[in-house]
Design a binder for this molecule. Structure first.
Ligand SMILES: NC(=O)c1ccc[n+]([C@@H]2O[C@H](COP(=O)([O-])OP(=O)(O)OC[C@H]3O[C@@H](n4cnc5c(N)ncnc54)[C@H](OP(=O)(O)O)[C@@H]3O)[C@@H](O)[C@H]2O)c1
Length: 420
């Protein structure tokens, strides 16, 4: 970011009509200050110094974490500064408080870098699609998981092995928990939903599953169905005004645009009533794509600040006063097609019994694939269901897993076929 601000200074001035100047810098490691060639008198170990600094107009928060970042951002807004942040965890947890403070103080907050780093998805939702009634969002918002899944699929290597490789190549954090358990994707889905529908919502209420327990065999069975597994963040506005949100591994057609997003890449599909499906894909993280998004927000704010107009669109593209609480569709009521892998003893009749458990709950079967005898004499049966309520499916799966002929817990994943 400092590189962009330095190397492109003249171009940035030409674009904004304003000269951007680095007033201060905070990091707890003084060695870093000299490493970056910064004037030590402008540096501090305490970011609060910048939040209160009389000559800072715009504070950029890229420190991560929630509590300290929250205090710094709120202090900056209260001190008349505008804020740019890349921190999705902060906004997913404390967004209501921070957006309210930005409105009350008449200050702006830009957070393009917080969702999908280099992809201008926030701009797309907040400005370009402002006239659109968004119907659904289907997104790959975690590059670490997409890298892992891509290599599980391409190389048929198990999760643990690919995760270690991703860590050694810098595609996964030393502690990847929030990426692989779906939590990071839920943070981003909460933010995308706020922007898409002008609502408040608790990210913790999003039904969320990760990829950490995904058996490698699912990758092969998905391939037989001409599908691939992706960690998808999905949002759909129902006709009754409720939002159906979910994060979890899902099967998508291998030939679809979403199915062909490979490696540490993000993709967001937005489907609206006039424009139809739009897919944006590219670098969702990484130093320079993220820095680009931060600087773009900085420029926007610098322009609006110079014109003394403020951002009438508000942080999310909806005035804070108009953002009501979202009504979410509980997981049990969400409707989806599903992939089931049932592991049964090699004895006759299990298919009929499993089909019976599904039929009893009104769940119809789209495809059945019975495989040869696996390890320990068990027989895997793969079933694709038609759309059904998730609660009915959960009940059917519980009934199937309780059958004496069943050897292992049934694996369940959503199937999302209607992607371009
Ligand atoms: N990396 C990406 O590709 C990416 C993409 C999109 C969004 N983001 C978001 O950007 C934020 C930062 O991520 P990152 O990967 O760049 O993290 P990082 O490498 O750990 O950098 C954080 C920086 O903030 C400083 N810092 C942290 N706590 C501080 C404190 N209490 N006081 C002063 N300085 C502090 C750290 O320096 P010291 O340790 O020296 O204090 C470090 O320079 C996160 O919110 C992340 O979600 C990152």
């Amino acid at each position: 970011m400092l590189h962009i601000l330095g190397a492109h200074a003249r171009e940035l001035e030409r674009r904004t009509g304003t000269r951007l100047e680095l007033t201060g810098f905070a990091s707890r490691t003084p060695a870093r200050w000299s490493e970056l060639g910064l004037d030590a008198t402008k540096c501090s170990a305490d970011p609060m110094d910048l939040a209160r600094h009389p000559n800072v107009d715009i504070l950029i928060e890229v420190m991560g974490g929630v509590e300290t970042a929250r205090n710094v951002v709120l202090e900056a807004l209260a001190s008349g500064k505008d804020v740019v942040t890349a921190n999705k965890a902060l906004l997913a947890e404390k967004g209501d408080e921070i957006f309210k403070a930005s409105a009350e103080n008449g200050r702006m907050i830009g957070f393009e870098a917080s969702v999908c780093g280099g992809l201008p998805i926030i701009h797309l939702l907040k400005r370009s699609l402002a006239a659109e009634r968004i119907q659904r969002i289907v997104a790959i918002v975690n590059g670490t998981c997409n890298y892992i899944l891509t290599h599980m699929i391409a190389d048929r290597r198990p999760f643990d092995e690919v995760l270690k490789e991703a860590q050694s190549l810098g595609y996964a954090e030393a502690d990847p928990t929030l990426d692989i358990n779906g939590g990071d994707s839920a943070h981003k889905l909460a933010l995308l939903s706020m922007l898409g529908w002008g609502v408040r919502l608790d990210h913790a209420a999003i039904p969320t599953a990760g990829i950490e327990a995904l058996p490698l065999v699912e990758v092969a069975y998905a391939a037989e169905l001409k599908m691939v597994i992706k960690l998808l963040a999905c949002a759909r506005m129902e006709d009754d005004g409720r939002l159906a949100l979910s994060v979890g591994p899902a099967l998508v057609p291998a030939g679809s645009v979403i199915g062909q997003v490979h490696g540490a890449v993000n993709a967001v599909l937005v489907d609206g009533d006039h424009v139809g499906p739009i897919v944006m894909s590219g670098a969702g993280a990484g130093q320079m794509p993220t820095a680009n998004a931060v600087v773009a927000d900085l420029l926007d704010i610098a322009r609006l600040r110079a014109a003394e107009t403020g951002d009438a669109a508000g942080p999310t593209g909806f005035p804070e006063s108009s953002r009501g609480q979202a009504t979410l569709v509980p997981r049990e009521e969400q409707v989806a097609a599903n992939y089931l892998r049932i592991t049964a003893m090699d004895v006759p009749g299990i298919l009929a019994e499993a089909a019976g458990a599904l039929a009893e709950r009104g769940i119809s079967i789209a495809q059945v694939h019975q495989h040869g005898r696996g390890m320990g004499g068990s027989v895997p049966v793969v079933i694709l269901t038609h759309e059904a309520k998730q609660g009915d499916l959960d009940q059917a799966v519980r009934a199937i897993d309780a059958m004496p002929k069943i050897k292992d817990k049934t694996v369940v994943m959503r199937v999302v076929e209607e992607v371009p």
